[in-house]
Design a binder for this molecule. Structure first.
Ligand code: 1HN
Length: 361
């Protein structure tokens, strides 16, 4: 008998198979053989898509929310999340990262709370808000990265007559996926209305290469503020050294600093990596794929960003999301400073980190 003579399933066989699949359904069981491609793709196949949010869209809408929606207990924060169009309406920029614009009007206060989710704020423009982290007042100003590690009480207050907007990044979707979220309201009264120019944590920890002996180290950074003055100086020095012929930058014309825990040199937050990138004018980054997702915000300058088949022209304040394993390249004519945050610490900790860089085309 040749293979063409093999008889197909009989009607009786077919009926038995169907009965088995119905029994699987009834017993809440799923056979692997119908699902393997979806469960184990050869490379990541994210639902998240390359996505762009323009500051010129976000800011007026946040201002409108400032006019129409009060901030206070219950809502807690006037934060409006970036929802990746591939994620079915969930308020997530990527499957692991929440990103939002937050807006606080003149003299407004956002109440104290704490949660297991890690958080940061990055300030693209403005000042006048202090965030009290565990009762330590931390000024928020242009170019600063401010941290709120998990389970630190935090509240915000605008001490000025001007509104202020900034971006928040949190690991909300990751923590939701792990069912690890815990949340507690704090005291009704603001912990303090003091507005010192330098917070206690900076006085202790913001001295390069000098660890305060006796101060307890922590898995997330004990330093809550990374000031633009320091970030800018580090990037300027890298590119000046490169121009003088010393090695030290990632690739020609591309300087990067990572915001780290001064006690460990590890990432500043347990679940979120934060970096500032500076591209010299006329620089194009090598197309790179990275396992793990991320969000960028242009801090200064302009660029053309290619993410897989998409291409976006971006300027100050614009945000874009890069799905896992998407091919990313950034090209700038006039120079670019861009803030970048990702879920890379999670990928590192779990042994899932991978990157692939093609030679520049
Ligand atoms: C939160 O605590 C802040 O403290 C911002 O500014 C956004 C989103 C969800 C849950 C808590 C903040 C948040 C948040």
């Amino acid at each position: 008998m040749t293979s063409t003579d093999v008889p197909g399933p009989t009607a009786e066989d077919q009926a038995e198979l169907e009965a088995m699949y119905d029994a699987f359904d009834a017993a809440h069981m799923k056979p692997l053989w119908t699902q393997i491609g979806g469960l184990m793709p050869t490379v990541p196949r994210p639902d998240a898509v390359p996505a762009l949010w323009r500051w010129s869209t976000l800011l007026p809408l946040a201002e409108r929310a400032g006019e129409l929606v009060p901030v206070g207990r219950g809502g807690e924060r006037r934060a409006i999340a970036l929802a990746n169009p591939g994620l079915g309406g969930a308020p997530y920029a990527t499957p692991t990262l929440w990103a939002a614009i937050q807006y606080l009007g003149p003299r407004e206060e956002a109440p104290a709370h704490r949660h297991t989710q890690s958080a940061f704020r990055f300030v693209v423009d403005g000042d006048g808000v202090w965030t009290n982290v565990e009762g330590d007042p931390v000024a928020m100003r242009r170019g600063d990265l401010l941290l709120t590690p998990g389970m630190h009480f935090h509240e915000h207050h605008n001490t000025s007559d001007r509104p202020m907007a900034w971006i928040d990044g949190l690991d909300i979707p990751l923590v939701r996926g792990l069912d690890a979220g815990f949340f507690e309201e704090g005291p009704e009264q603001l912990a303090t209305r003091r507005t010192p120019p330098v917070s206690r944590n900076e006085r202790l920890w913001a001295h390069p290469g000098l660890t305060p002996v006796g101060a307890p180290g922590t898995p997330a950074s004990p330093l809550m503020a990374y000031r633009w003055k320091h970030t800018d100086a580090a990037l300027t020095a890298q590119l000046e050294l490169e121009a003088a012929g010393y090695p030290g930058v990632l690739e020609p014309g591309h300087a990067v600093v990572r915001y780290t825990n001064p006690a460990t040199a590890g990432d500043c937050l347990n679940t979120i990596r934060c970096e500032m990138h500076r591209l010299r004018s006329g620089t194009r980054t090598a197309p790179t794929r990275t396992a793990g997702s991320s969000v960028w915000q242009v801090f200064d300058g302009t660029a053309t960003v290619s993410i897989d088949a998409e291409s976006f022209d971006v300027g100050t304040g614009d945000l874009f999301a890069v799905p896992s394993w998407a091919r990313l390249s950034i090209e700038t004519g006039g120079g670019l400073d861009a803030f970048h945050f990702s879920d890379a610490p999670v990928f590192d900790a779990l042994g899932l980190a991978r990157t692939h860089t093609k030679d520049p085309a």
